[in-house]
Design a protein around this ligand. Structure first.
Ligand SMILES: Cc1cc2nc3c(=O)[nH]c(=O)nc-3n(C[C@H](O)[C@H](O)[C@H](O)COP(=O)(O)OP(=O)(O)OC[C@H]3O[C@@H](n4cnc5c(N)ncnc54)[C@H](O)[C@@H]3O)c2cc1C
Length: 518
């Protein structure tokens, strides 16, 4: 199969990119693939919203830029921060034009506030902003005849010079598992887009869905694409810990923006002692303090007291949280919510330029799998959906332009070699994949989590390497399964993340090694 552009991942970044290209250039063929259902990914779970300066009476782009840079602890790329913040309104207006609804107050967008923001600027739709965006984009993408959508298709590896035996330092498409056909197919493409999201599944507790296994990162790593900032993993401070199911469920920062207070088991509002911004201090500070409180007390959670928020407001603004809590016997606003920090967002990833192109020609990375320079060592809340919108737009313009340049002909892509390895088989064939996955998650949580030490990182490196060797053996001796494919990526990224963490000798943003505590 050959296509002009192969888009791997159908969250906000992949879908926005595809819509932009399809609208502008109906003659370009696009193939979109998603590992599971088209709607499954981090995007649909986003609750808080998108940070955009709308109220110019109070707010300004300068303030948004400043807040982003402060959160990034001096590590953001100031040029990138400036253009992302300045282009925000145009991109939001497009989303609205495409049919996305956002909450309004007296005919104006109702703006919320989240940690690290100095003004109200979070545009949202109840606590279902991501679901709303995902569904609108999915419906729109399905309306284009030049877009082919392949659900239940898994990226295995990128096709590079290594496979084609050419020397153009380009990406030529990818090898993909077709889960239904139970085979591995080759998709040749003039341009390949990785929009595969983050890798929260590396940790035992994560707000991410199970598809977030860092597959794009793993494939890019094997293709020797430059990556940076992987140790900057943002832990969301407040994830509801369901004691029965052991699941975690995000409680958006907007709840704290509305007056939610954090208390330890002695009922103390501990955040006020740490930071004058209290519960609305940046996420890394709140997450670390919660973790410290948990380590000091008997209960393995702290409490989020939302009693200042009326029941009416809970129901209208946070219906998903209200109903999820109710389903497990927590009645809001009366009952406090038990919360723990959970792996939430990968600030680092594949290094890209201002048009989202990676170090490998013809390979772009957009959204959470990319490292644009916007977040640096710490992402300001609600800046990631914004980043995805801005960079999808820029990448689309760049790709349309570069398709007009001298690229290899169709026959070159047709002649690319087929997958040279074992076939695909259903997940059930290899039993110990799940066991190894859980072991890896435990190691990452214990040694490479919110608090790190030099010794811990060294131990983690050895343990991860052991798992890596086992995974390599499984990979070479068995048919490829989806689970094995994910584990192969997870272990590679865990290893790279740990190695990069060992090189960081100054704590910045979300990165905290106790040996370098200030
Ligand atoms: C619970 C939660 C709440 C959040 N709230 C906010 C918020 O309020 N504001 C904000 O700005 N950000 C928020 N974020 C972060 C934000 O949602 C994500 O960073 C963003 O949605 C990522 O979009 P994406 O397009 O990069 O990837 P995703 O939406 O994660 O999509 C990834 C896509 O890649 C596909 N994929 C993955 N691996 C493969 C493979 N091997 N083969 C084929 N396809 C593959 C998946 O199927 C999926 O389609 C939140 C995240 C979570 C988890």
């Amino acid at each position: 199969m050959t296509t002009d552009i192969l888009v791997i991942g159908t969250g906000i970044s992949g879908l926005t990119f595809a819509i932009k290209v399809a609208e502008e250039s109906p003659e370009i063929s696009l193939t979109l693939i998603s590992k599971g259902d088209i709607n499954e990914g981090n995007t649909r779970y986003a609750q808080g919203g998108i940070a955009v300066v709308r109220n110019l009476k109070k707010d300004s782009t300068e303030k948004h830029i400043k807040d982003t840079m402060i959160a990034g602890d001096g590590t953001c790329n100031s040029k990138v921060v400036k253009f992302v913040v300045e282009e925000a309104n145009k991109r939001l207006d497009e989303l609205i034009k495409w049919g996305t609804a956002f909450d309004k107050k007296e005919e104006q967008l109702d703006l919320g506030i989240e940690g690290g923001h100095s003004e109200k600027r979070i545009v949202h739709y109840k606590d279902q902003t991501g679901k709303q965006i995902q569904e609108v984009l999915t419906a729109k993408v399905k309306s284009f005849s030049n877009i082919t959508i392949l659900e239940n298709h898994t990226l295995v590896d990128l096709i590079t010079d290594h496979h084609s035996r050419s020397k153009m330092n380009r990406c030529y498409g990818a090898y993909i598992i077709s889960q239904e056909e139970e085979e591995i197919i080759k998709i040749g493409a003039k341009i390949t887009i990785l929009s595969t999201g983050g890798a929260g599944s590396l940790y035992a507790y994560t707000t991410n869905p199970t598809v977030a296994t860092g597959d794009g990162l793993g494939a890019a790593y094997r293709a020797k694409v430059q990556m940076d900032g992987l140790p900057f993993v943002q832990f969301h401070p407040t994830a509801l810990r369901d004691k029965i199911e052991q699941n975690v469920f995000l409680i958006t920062e907007a709840v704290r923006g509305e007056g939610g207070k954090l208390r330890n088991s002695l009922q103390e509002r501990f955040m006020l002692k740490i930071d004058s911004r209290g519960e609305l201090a940046p996420r890394d500070i709140v997450a670390r303090e919660i973790q410290k409180q948990i380590e000091k007390q008997k209960e393995n959670f702290v409490l989020l007291d939302g009693s200042e928020i009326s029941e009416k407001r809970w129901k209208s603004h946070f219906p998903t949280i209200y109903n999820t809590c109710k389903s497990i016997g927590i009645f809001l606003p009366k009952d406090p919510i038990p919360v723990v920090p959970a792996a939430h967002y990968f600030c680092g990833g594949i290094i890209v330029n201002h048009q989202s192109e990676s170090s490998l020609k013809g390979l772009y990375a957009i959204g959470e799998c990319s490292a644009t320079g916007l977040h640096g060592a710490n992402r300001l809340a609600s800046n990631s959906l914004l980043e995805a919108l801005v960079f999808s737009h820029r990448a689309a313009i760049d790709c349309i332009k570069s398709l007009n340049q001298n690229l290899p002909s169709k026959s070159f892509y047709d002649k690319l070699p087929e997958w040279n390895g074992y076939d695909y088989s259903k997940n059930t064939t290899i039993q110990n994949v799940q066991v190894l996955r859980e072991q890896l998650q435990q190691i990452m949580t214990k040694y490479v989590g919110i608090f790190k030490t030099d010794n811990g990182l060294e131990r983690a490196e050895k343990k991860i390497n052991n798992i890596y060797l086992k995974v390599q053996k499984l990979y070479h001796e068995n048919k490829l399964t989806n689970g094995l494919c994910e584990l192969r990526n997870m272990v590679s990224i865990a290893y790279l993340l740990t190695k990069q963490a060992q090189e960081i000798k100054v704590n910045k943003g979300v990165f905290y090694n106790q040996n370098y505590a200030r």
